[in-house]
Structures are given as structure tokens and as C-alpha cells.
Design a protein around this ligand. Structure first.
Ligand code: FAD
Length: 446
């Protein structure tokens, strides 16, 4: 399996404003990214990957390490999407519990998926170690905090569920949760010590450096605009040349259809993209540093409009939550998160906010990531429901290996039919109404 690249001499277009990396704490503090010149003519390879987030980059890395020639097409730069903007929480679970996974897929496939998800944080920390990625990686544990009495039992049963499978989790009561977080109002938590945090943009850039070093080619500022196949070979079109490949992996997640609508309209409508918002404070004072997440945990809570928090290497409180269905327009769109800090960490309510940013996550109706292979040689992986740092890295690694070996038994997730969500266009107004309702319920139901 080896095709040498074919080059030509067309001039690529300059990067548009929409494709520039937006300001964020991560953009301000990340390691430098690699230089990734745009595609400038036709090229051939074994495996073409569209999208340079965690899914695409780990796919590329695994495929090139397994001996394939690999070209990654990224409309902007590595880590530009959710991968360079997220909360950095390396989360070893999904939105549904291990028992629900087994009920849905049956014992064999369910156990396989649970083992995969449970080990997904290991994949991240191993990649960081193997490729010496300088990304503030810290495996300090994640506390899944209960914010409402009505959620205590279900969260505790998820903890028991994972513990029965040998996972490094334990229950912390109200007092211990308060000591570990310094937060106000949590009734208990599942402490998941498999988890941790990274500086996500540095992690993404580190993966890109590793893929390049291993021999992959990454074309930045190169949107894939079309896809066709002929005689067992795929053609991925771009404005300045095409890539011809035996295998194509679409790793565009919440940005499917964002840069170009001609790639796979069915894929674009198979998920619901929504915005997640984050704010980060100025570095906390020593006093506050000792009272907020003093042992290096992250948190995520059970609010319907959940909050997730951590403290970065410079001592800034990073506070995220669901946003709106649209991208934010001004600081006012983040006011609910500032109110969230005042509610969860009242001791930090007056600390200045230094950064506000957002990114798009991809929701699936069954709350499980999706893996599709609608035609031989064409793979798609997306829909992490806001938990894709570990799952995206682990799934990408598995897909990259599968693209080379063809051994489907190594895929952790059943391959599902690519099916657009019914009434996709009507989902946005429906969800906007549901979001307002959820926020209201968070205020009144404790
Ligand atoms: C604000 C926020 C906070 C989050 N917090 C967490 C967290 O703490 N923990 C966690 O586990 N998960 C979190 N997530 C989710 C996580 O970031 C994502 O699940 C994960 O990054 C998805 O990675 P990806 O590679 O699949 O997609 P992305 O990182 O979104 O990458 C997709 C890439 O595809 C490119 N692309 C799209 N179309 C084209 C095209 N036609 N041609 C070329 N390139 C294209 C885009 O430019 C983009 O770079 C969060 C997400 C957001 C937005």
C-alpha cells in the first residue's frame, strides 16, 4: 500500500477570516502548530482524511504508523474545530451508562464498547507520553458532581456500574465533594480517576507534529468540497487540486457541512451541531487557588444545562457550559456562565473574565458516537456529544488501523447506517425551546 504524491503548481487562496483560529485561552497559551501548506495540485495516497481534529489526526497518525501514505485535508489549521476549543477534559465515559450500552448493543458488542470507552483516556495519555506532547497533561481525576437530589441515585448507580467493571471510580459524599472541589451545592460525586485534563489545542498540535514526523502530509487551508469514486479509488476535490485515495475518512464532527456542503449532505444531517461556550478567568490568587479544585480535579455536573470546570496550568478557572444553538455574538451571550461561576464558586465571583469563546459539538439522538461506512473505503466517525477528547482520539486510532488492515473486528463501535435525522431543519427551533425549558428547570428544581 504506497502511492507517491503527485504535485502541480496552482496558487492556493489566502485564508478567510471565518477559517482563522478564534481567540481563546488555548490559542493564547498553546505550543506552536506545524506549518501545513495548502494542497497545490493533485496528489495520491492510500488514506485521505478530511478534518484535522482529534479524530482526523489520530486516524492519520495510526494509519501512517501502520505503513500507509496519508494526506489530511483541513479547511483551516490542525485543532481549529472543537479539538482546539474544548474544556480539555479527558473523559473516559459516554453520555449513557455501561449498562445502557449493553442493553442497546447486547452483551458482546456492549462489553466491547464499554472496554473501549473505559480505556479511551489511556489512549490520550499514552499518545502524549509516546510523542512527548507538551500539553499540560495531568491525570488528576474528574468528579461527576450531582447538582439535584433527583439525580443522586442515577449518578451513584453509574458509579457502581463502572466500579463493577473494575474502573478506578469511587463515590464521594457531599462533604468530601465540597472539600475536593471547593464548590457550592453539590450533593455527591463519582470520582473517576481514569480521567484528567490537557491543554486541548497543544494536544491537537502535538498530534499534528507527530503525524507529520511519522510521514503524513497535512494540507491546511484546504477545504474538501466534493467526493466521488471511480474504479475503487476515491477522489476528494478541493478548490486547488484533488486527492486520489483508496480510503477516505471524514472526521468533520460538528463542523460537517460548515466549510463546504458538497462533501456528504447526508452526514451533515446525521448530527445536530450545537455550540458549547467557555469562559476563563485571570489567574486565581493563591487563596482562591487553594480553595478551588485544589487537588487538580476537573468537574462536570448533572445540571440539564451542565457546567464543566477545571483550572489550567497558569491557575485560571476554566468554566464551560452549554451555549446557544448559534455561535455567540458578544460578551452578553456568556453571562449565564459568569452567573454559573457565582453559583458554583461564589468565592471567585469577582475575578475578572479574561477569555470567552465557543465551539461546535455534534449531538446524536442516541447519545452515542457514530461510525459509518456507507460505501467500501469511505468511513465517517462523529457525534461525541461533547465528550470527544478521549473517545475521538481512541476511535481515530482504531479507524486509522482499520483503514490499513481492513480487520473490522478491531473496530470498537458497531458500524451503523448513515441516516439523516428526520425533520433535521426543524430541530433547531425545537431544541431552542427545549434549552429554555431546561434552564428554567435548573433554576426551580433542586
Ligand atoms: C466548547 C467545547 C467544549 C468541549 N469540552 C469537552 C471536554 O472537556 N471533554 C471532551 O471530551 N470533549 C469536549 N468537547 C467535545 C470535543 O471537543 C469534540 O468531541 C472533539 O474535539 C471532536 O473532535 P473531531 O476531530 O471529531 O472534530 P473537530 O475537532 O471539530 O474537527 C473537525 C475538523 O474538520 C474540519 N473540516 C470540516 N469540514 C471540512 C472540509 N469540508 N474540509 C476540510 N476540513 C473540514 C474543521 O475545520 C475541523 O478542524 C467540547 C467541545 C466544545 C466545542
Amino acid at each position: 500500500m504506497h502511492d507517491a504524491p503527485v504535485m502541480s503548481t496552482q496558487t492556493p487562496s489566502p485564508m478567510s477570516d471565518a477559517n482563522r483560529l478564534p481567540p481563546s485561552l488555548w490559542a493564547a497559551s498553546a505550543i506552536a502548530g506545524p506549518v501545513c501548506p495548502p494542497l497545490d495540485g493533485d496528489a495520491r495516497c492510500d488514506v485521505a482524511v478530511v478534518g484535522a481534529g482529534f479524530t482526523g489526526l489520530t486516524t492519520a497518525l495510526a494509519a501512517v504508523e501502520a505503513g500507509a501514505s496519508v494526506i489530511v485535508l483541513e479547511a483551516s489549521e490542525p485543532g481549529w474545530g472543537a479539538s482546539g476549543r474544548n474544556g480539555g477534559q479527558v473523559n473516559a465515559g459516554m453520555k449513557i451508562s455501561p449498562s445502557e450500552v449493553v442493553s442497546k448493543f447486547g452483551k458482546e458488542a456492549g462489553d466491547k464498547l464499554n472496554t473501549f470507552v473505559g480505556g479511551s483516556a489511556d489512549v490520550v495519555f499514552s499518545l502524549v507520553e509516546k510523542h512527548k506532547i507538551d500539553c499540560e497533561a495531568r491525570r488528576g481525576g474528574l468528579l461527576f458532581c450531582v447538582a439535584q437530589k433527583g439525580k443522586l441515585e442515577s449518578q451513584r448507580s453509574i458509579c457502581i456500574d463502572w466500579a463493577a467493571r473494575g474502573a478506578a471510580v469511587r463515590w464521594t459524599d457531599e462533604e468530601e465533594t465540597s472539600d475536593l472541589t471547593g464548590a457550592h451545592g453539590y450533593l455527591g460525586a463519582m470520582a473517576d480517576m481514569r480521567c484528567g485534563r490537557v491543554q486541548p489545542l497543544s494536544y491537537a498540535r502535538g498530534l499534528a507534529h507527530a503525524a507529520l514526523k511519522a510521514g503524513a502530509r497535512i494540507c491546511g487551508n484546504t477545504a474538501a468540497t466534493g467526493l466521488s469514486s471511480e474504479n475503487g479509488r476515491w477522489k476528494v476535490s478541493t478548490p486547488h487540486g484533488a486527492v486520489f485515495a483508496r480510503k477516505v475518512i471524514l472526521a468533520t464532527n460538528g463542523y460537517s457541512g460548515f466549510h463546504a456542503s458538497g462533501l456528504s449532505p447526508k452526514l451533515d444531517r446525521s448530527i445536530i451541531p450545537i455550540a458549547s461556550f467557555i469562559i476563563a478567568t485571570e489567574p486565581l490568587s493563591d487563596n482562591l487557588r487553594h480553595s478551588i479544585l485544589p487537588h487538580g480535579h476537573c468537574t462536570a455536573d448533572t445540571r440539564r444545562f451542565l457546567y464543566y470546570t477545571s483550572v489550567d496550568a497558569a491557575g485560571r478557572l476554566v468554566f464551560g457550559g452549554r451555549g446557544l444553538l448559534r455561535d455567540p455574538r458578544d460578551a452578553q451571550d456568556f453571562a449565564h456562565l459568569q452567573a454559573g461561576i457565582a453559583a458554583v464558586f461564589p468565592q471567585a465571583k469577582d475575578v475578572q473574565i479574561a477569555f470567552r469563546w465557543s465551539g461546535r459539538i455534534a449531538l446524536t439522538l442516541d447519545k452515542i458516537p457514530h461510525l459509518h461506512e456507507p460505501e467500501p473505503g469511505l468511513l465517517m466517525a462523529l457525534g461525541y456529544n461533547g465528550r470527544g477528547v478521549a473517545a475521538g482520539s481512541a476511535l481515530g486510532t482504531a479507524i486509522g488501523q482499520y483503514a490499513v488492515t481492513g480487520d473490522a473486528s478491531t473496530l470498537p463501535l458497531p458500524v451503523s447506517t448513515l441516516a439523516p435525522i428526520q425533520f433535521h431543519g426543524l430541530r433547531a427551533p425545537f431544541m431552542a425551546a427545549a434549552f429554555s425549558w431546561q434552564r428554567f428547570m435548573d433554576k426551580i428544581v433542586k
